[in-house]
Design a protein. Structure first.
Length: 579
C-alpha cells in the first residue's frame, strides 16, 4: 500500500474519488500513464500494489464516488498494461464483477463501462471469467435502471464478439449455467438468453446442438411468453435447431423426446403445435433411438388428434400413422405393455377421436404382436368391456372389433360372452340401448351360430329369471329381424329335415324357455307342428335339470294358446301334473 501511495500523487487519488466525472476521468488518465511506465520497466510488483490500492481503497469503499473512481482506475490500469494485462486479470476483474451488484445504479453503470474497456484490451484472455461475466450480464439485462441496461447491452455485444472469435471458450463449462438460467421468467433475461443461444449456435466450432437437451425445455417455455418478440425469437431458434437436427447424423433423440412429450400437453396452442411438429420429425428421423419412447410419444399424440386447432390435428394424425407404420421388435426394447397401457388410459378420454385412435392401436398391436398383447389381457379387458357403454356408436363398434380379435381363441371367446352377459345383467340400459348393436356386430365378426349357441348355454343356467327372460326376448327379436342372422333363420327352418338345423334348435330352446313369446316364436320359426311342438317343449321342460317352476310363465302362456286343441292342451298339462 505504501509503495502504491508513493507511486500515485495524492492529488490524483483525491480527483479519483471526486464527485465530478471529469476529475475522475483525468485522474484515471494519470493512473494509465503511471502503469504504462511501470509495465515498460517490467515492475509488476508495483503494478500489483497499484491495483490493490485501487481495489481495497476505492472499489470496496463505502463511498459511492470512491467506488466509481476505483472502477475507472482499474480500467485505466488495464489500458496502461496493454499486452501485459493478462497476468493481472485475477486482480482486476473480480472487483469489477462485484460492482455489478452494487446498490448504486451509477456504480453498476460504471462497472459495465469499466469491464467494457478491460475487455477491449485483453479480448480472449478474459474468457476464463466468462461464466461469472455471463451471470452478471444476465442479471443486468433486467436491471431497474435503463442506463445500466443500455451499458450492459453494449458490453454484452462486445463479449459475444470476443467469444465467437476465441478458441478458449468452453461450452461444456457454460451449459450448466445456461440450463440453470433457462427457467427465469423475466422477459429481458429471456431475450438475453435466446440471444446468446443463437450467437453460440452460429459459431462453427461450438456444438450447441449436442447440448440442446439441456436447454430445449427452456426454449419451449418461452413460446408461451406474453411478449410477441420473445415468442418469435424462441421460435426462430427452435426452427434453426430443428433444421440442424434434420441435417445431423447423430442426435440424442431420447432426452429431447421426453421434453417434447411434456410440451405436447401444454395449454398454450403454439407450444403444442411446435412440440407435435418436432415429434413428427423425430418419428421420421429417430429410428431405433426412439423405440423406448414410443409409449410416451403415443401418449402425447393421441390427445392432439382431437385438438381444437386443425393444424395440430393434422400433424398429430400424420405422426400417429408414421408411428403405427414403424416396425419394432418386442425383443429390442419395444414395450408392448407400455403401449397398451397408454391406449387403455386414453380410452377414458373425453375426446371421441382420441378414444377411436386408442382402439385402433390396440387392434394394430393385436394383429402384430398377438401373443404379447394377450399376456396383458387382464390389464385391459375390463376397460374394453366398459367401453361397450361408450356414447359413440363408432367407438362401440371398434371395441367389438377388438373383442372379436381377442375372442379368436376359444377360451377368450367364452370369457368375452360371459363378461358380456354379466354387463347386460348389471347395466339394463346397456342391453336396452346397445344390446342389438353389440349382438349383431359380434355375430358378423365371430359367426352368428357360435355366438347364439354360447349365449344360450350361459342363459340356460342363469339364476336371475327376470333378467334371463329379458335377455332371451332381446336375442329372439334380433334372431327374427336382423339381416346378420338370416343364415341362422334359414337353418332353423330346416330343423325337421336338417340335422344341423335340429341341433341348433335344440341348443337354443332350453334357454328360450325363459320367455313364453320367445319359445313359441322359436318353434314357429322352426316350423314345428302343433303336436310336435307340445311334445318337444313339454319334454324339454319335464326332463330339464331345472325345476318346472322355472317354466311356469311359459306353461301359462302356452296353455292360453293350446286351449283350442284338446290333445295339445293335454300334452302340455301332463308334465306339470295339472290334469
Amino acid at each position: 500500500m505504501a509503495d502504491a501511495l508513493s507511486l500515485i500523487p495524492a492529488a490524483v487519488l483525491r480527483n479519483l474519488a471526486d464527485k465530478l466525472y471529469e476529475k475522475r476521468k483525468n485522474a484515471a488518465l494519470d493512473i494509465e500513464g503511471i502503469v504504462k511506465q511501470l509495465a515498460t520497466a517490467g515492475d509488476h510488483d508495483k503494478i500489483t500494489a497499484v491495483i490493490n490500492l485501487l481495489t481495497t481503497e476505492f472499489t470496496y469503499s463505502p463511498q459511492a464516488n470512491h467506488r466509481k473512481g476505483g472502477l475507472i482506475g482499474l480500467a485505466a490500469a488495464t489500458v496502461g498494461l496493454t499486452s501485459e494485462a493478462a497476468q493481472h486479470l485475477e486482480q482486476i476483474v473480480p472487483p469489477v464483477l462485484n460492482s455489478f451488484s452494487d446498490q448504486d445504479s451509477r456504480v453498476r453503470y460504471y462497472a459495465c463501462e469499466a469491464l467494457y474497456n478491460i475487455a477491449k484490451v485483453v479480448r480472449g484472455d478474459f474468457i476464463i471469467f466468462f461464466n461469472q461475466i455471463f451471470d452478471a450480464l444476465c442479471k443486468l439485462s433486467a436491471d431497474s435502471d435503463a442506463n445500466v441496461q443500455s451499458a450492459a447491452h453494449l458490453l454484452d455485444r462486445l463479449v459475444k464478439d470476443i467469444v465467437t472469435e476465441s478458441d478458449q471458450f468452453s461450452i461444456e463449462e457454460f451449459i450448466p449455467l445456461l440450463r440453470e438460467r433457462m427457467n427465469v421468467l423475466n422477459p429481458y433475461v429471456r431475450q438475453f438468453l435466446v440471444g446468446w443461444i443463437t450467437v453460440l449456435d452460429s459459431v462453427p466450432d461450438i456444438d450447441m446442438l449436442g447440448f440442446l437437451p439441456d436447454f430445449l425445455d427452456g426454449l419451449f417455455n418461452m413460446l408461451s411468453d406474453s411478449s410477441h418478440e420473445i415468442r418469435q425469437q424462441a421460435d426462430s431458434a427452435l426452427s434453426e435447431f430443428l433444421q440442424e437436427i434434420k441435417n445431423s447424423p447423430s442426435v440424442d433423440y431420447g432426452r429431447m423426446a421426453e421434453i417434447l412429450v411434456q410440451r405436447a400437453g401444454s395449454p398454450d396452442e403454439f407450444t403444442r403445435l411446435t412440440a407435435i411438429t418436432w415429434i413428427n420429425e423425430f418419428v421420421k428421423l429417430g429410428g431405433d433411438q426412439l423405440v423406448p419412447y414410443y409409449a410416451d410419444i403415443l401418449g402425447a399424440i393421441l390427445p392432439c388428434i382431437a385438438d381444437k386447432e386443425e393444424k395440430i390435428r393434422v400433424v398429430a394424425r400424420e405422426t400417429n400413422e408414421e408411428l403405427r407404420a414403424l416396425k419394432a421388435d418386442p425383443a429390442e426394447a419395444f414395450d408392448v405393455g407400455a403401449i397398451l397401457s397408454i391406449a387403455r388410459r386414453q380410452l377414458s378420454s373425453e375426446l371421441e377421436a382420441t378414444r377411436i385412435e386408442a382402439l385402433h392401436w390396440i387392434s394394430t398391436l393385436l394383429n402384430k404382436y398377438r401373443t404379447e398383447v394377450l399376456e396383458f389381457l387382464n390389464d385391459i379387458f375390463d376397460t374394453l368391456l366398459k367401453a361397450l357403454s361408450d356414447p359413440s356408436d363408432e367407438v362401440v363398434l371398434l371395441v367389438l372389433d377388438v373383442h372379436a380379435c381377442i375372442a379368436k381363441d376359444p377360451q377368450h371367446f367364452r370369457q368375452l360372452v360371459v363378461f358380456l352377459v354379466h354387463n347386460f345383467r348389471v347395466d339394463n340400459s346397456l342391453l336396452e340401448k346397445r344390446g342389438a348393436l353389440i349382438i349383431r356386430r359380434l355375430c358378423v365378426l365371430l359367426n352368428a351360430e357360435r355366438v347364439y349357441r354360447e349365449l344360450s348355454t350361459i342363459l340356460e343356467a342363469e339364476s336371475d329369471l327376470d333378467f334371463a327372460s329379458i335377455m332371451v326376448q332381446a336375442l329372439n327379436l334380433i334372431l327374427l329381424t336382423s339381416s346378420e342372422l338370416s343364415e341362422i333363420r334359414d337353418l332353423l327352418k330346416q330343423s325337421l329335415v336338417n340335422p344341423a338345423g335340429k341341433d341348433l334348435y335344440v341348443s337354443l330352446y332350453a334357454s328360450w324357455c325363459h320367455s313364453p313369446m320367445a319359445i313359441i316364436s322359436l318353434c314357429l320359426l322352426a316350423q314345428v307342428g302343433i303336436h310336435k311342438l307340445v311334445l318337444i317343449i313339454t319334454g324339454s321342460m319335464f326332463n330339464s335339470r331345472t325345476c318346472a317352476l322355472r317354466h311356469t310363465n311359459t306353461y301359462f302362456y302356452l296353455k292360453s294358446v293350446f286351449v283350442h286343441n284338446g290333445l295339445a292342451l293335454f300334452g302340455l298339462c301332463a308334465p306339470f301334473s295339472v290334469i
